[in-house]
Design a protein around this ligand. Structure first.
Ligand code: UDP
Length: 473
């Protein structure tokens, strides 16, 4: 990747805690930087307001598109890279894999498995994906664990431990473990390891979350299960814990050919914006995230309000799952209250089958924000980088792995910092464009599914003894 930094350094914080001072606004010229101005109330054309009241969101999931073939990636990564992948897979042909996680839709893990599994199968490494089931009590416990493992408060008692173990046990009884390799994703199904002694396969725990500062009680409960696996995989060196099993670093990945990330016709992007009442002639700030406090959607609105004093922009907050997650519904309420009646804050609670719409929203964005307070890897950041967008994101979790400050994006630590950087990018479009270009290169080299696929094939070879690690490693 070319290191290019033509702009003078950007200070994150404005001394007055504001997004800076504004000037009178000259007429807007198409393609020119968005000039700063004192905010005045935007008068949206009636058709935007009408559409926003009744956004056109499909109520039924469309049939899933056929997954891409390996060959389809040649145009993106080149044929030599594909040959490497095929070579690695050749030694594993016929070896079977089972991947297990806790949700088939929504969230980063499902996103990755959706593409990884068909590619493994195409490479003749038969791979099954199974999802554990549970009642509301189980998902409340695992959501509590998730927050606690990110450092939150939690009152772990015997009843909670029993709920966790009994659903793991139910799933364990229901499932068959006949494969050569088992990849168990995240803490929710970690208890399936009890079946290890009855199987001949190798067991891998793939942890997608940041364990750098876990709630001690919850981690003490999970650790004895994790240490029974043959290997543990983390998304960043900073996420790991001391464990008595080998650990590996795998960056998560996105699929450049998925509906979420593939190129789109400009006319489709126009149509999506039109349907959602978004005005493409003015700058668009956008955060795509579940309605979760750790994603700080209210902080994003506060940052937008600071920027809005000087640049006439819109904010799109698009998320999903708020209807079936009690906490999500509460956060959505908070977000709507924070937005008040500002017609330029567009809040979208999207169904899980909105990949094309999310893709279009990201591509329509002038700046992509991911102001998380805690984060796993942050796939929405990867998606933004791949789309060559300037991304402003919280310096948490895996985000600093993706965003090299002022080279592939901008890292922020506060509402004011976020506002300052967004405003800087809106008024310095060449710098913003350079960040976008660098970000795409960084994503291509490190965070595409084809890179991830290669890592899996190598690890499987090592665990099955097909490839032996050197004695010195
Ligand atoms: N996502 C989605 N619909 C939504 C919100 C998010 O499809 O309403 C997708 C988003 O595009 C990304 C993934 O879900 O691919 C979220 O992954 P990330 O690592 O950013 O966060 P997580 O939700 O796993 O904490």
């Amino acid at each position: 990747m070319k290191k290019e930094q033509t702009q003078k350094p950007v200070e994150e914080k404005a001394p007055d805690g504001n997004a800076g001072s504004g000037k009178a606004e000259p007429p807007r010229v198409a393609g020119a930087p968005f000039k700063e101005r004192r905010f005045r109330q935007t008068h949206l054309p009636a058709h935007f307001i009408e559409r926003r009241k009744r956004p056109r969101i499909q109520t039924e999931p469309p049939p899933p598109p056929a997954p891409p073939r390996l060959e389809d990636y040649a145009a993106i990564i080149g044929k030599p890279e594909l040959d490497e992948i095929r070579f690695l897979a050749r030694h594993l042909q016929g070896k079977t894999v089972k991947m297990v996680n806790s949700t088939a839709v929504g969230g980063g893990v499902a996103e990755i498995l959706n593409r990884l599994v068909p590619l493994m199968n195409e490479l003749e490494v038969p791979t099954k994906w199974e999802v554990i089931t549970g009642g509301n009590d189980f998902y409340e416990v695992t959501k509590g664990f998730h927050n606690a493992l990110h450092g939150g408060e939690y009152n772990l008692n015997q009843q909670i431990q029993d709920i966790f173990m009994s659903y793991n046990e139910q799933n364990r009884q229901r499932m068959e473990f006949v494969e050569d390799l088992f990849v168990i994703h995240d803490p929710q199904p970690a208890g399936l390891i009890r079946s290890k002694s009855e199987t001949r396969g190798r067991w891998i725990w793939r942890c997608h979350i940041d364990l750098s500062n876990p709630h001690a009680g919850v981690w003490d409960f999970l650790k004895p299960m994790v240490e029974q696996y043959d290997a543990a995989i983390f998304s960043s060196p900073a996420f790991t814990r001391q464990l008595n099993v080998p650990q590996y670093l795998f960056y998560p990945s996105i699929d450049p050919l998925s509906e979420k990330n593939r190129d789109l016709e400009e006319s489709f992007i126009d149509k999506v914006c039109d349907d959602f009442g978004i005005d493409r002639s003015r700058p668009i700030l956008c955060q795509i995230s579940r309605f979760d406090r750790l994603k700080d959607p209210v902080g994003v609105i506060e940052a937008y309000k600071l920027v809005k004093k000087y640049v006439d922009c819109q904010l799109v907050l698009a998320g999903g799952g708020a209807t079936d997650d009690p906490e999500g519904a509460a956060v959505l309420e908070e977000v709507m209250a924070a937005a008040g009646d500002d017609p330029d804050v567009i809040i979208l609670n999207l169904p899980p089958w909105s990949a094309l719409e999310i893709n279009a929203l990201q591509r329509a964005s002038t700046v992509i924000i991911q102001k998380s307070l805690k984060e796993g890897f942050g796939l929405t950041v990867t998606e933004g980088l791949w789309k060559q967008k300037p991304v402003v994101a919280g310096a948490v979790g895996g985000i600093p792995t993706q965003i090299i400050h002022k080279l592939t994006g901008v890292l922020v630590h506060s509402v004011e910092g976020c506002a300052y950087q967004v405003r800087y990018l809106l008024t310095h479009p060449e710098f913003a464009a350079q960040l976008g270009k660098n970000g795409r290169e960084h994503a291509k080299e490190n965070f595409l599914i084809t890179v991830n696929l290669k890592r899996w094939l190598l690890l499987f070879q090592i665990l099955l003894g097909v490839a032996k690690p050197s004695k010195t490693s």
